[in-house]
Design a protein around this ligand. Structure first.
Ligand SMILES: [Zn+2]
Length: 83
């Protein structure tokens, strides 16, 4: 894995908490954007990866790998100029 193109910011569909999203849409986030308001933990579980909303203490999504082992790249690149 020498190609670093996949390590740049490439989110096309952010995963957001439904309750946080509602807070932002209803003006209950104190003027913060969804990205600023979101407070999540992301991590591996016994079955896959889970996103957990710390603000509401609820599951956002739990992705079940169904026993599959998927390729993952944990290398970090620092290139703040190239957005
Ligand atoms: Zn939330």
């Amino acid at each position: 894995m020498s190609d670093i193109s996949a390590l740049k910011y490439g989110l096309t569909h952010p995963i957001v908490c439904a309750k946080c999203s509602e807070d932002v849409l209803q003006g209950r986030s104190g003027g913060l954007s969804m990205r600023e308001y979101a407070a999540v933990d992301v991590g591996f579980t016994t079955i896959g990866i889970q996103v957990w909303c710390r603000r509401h203490n609820i599951n956002v999504v739990h992705i079940d790998f169904q026993g599959n082992r998927l390729p993952a790249d944990f290398r970090c690149i620092e290139d703040p100029v190239d957005e």
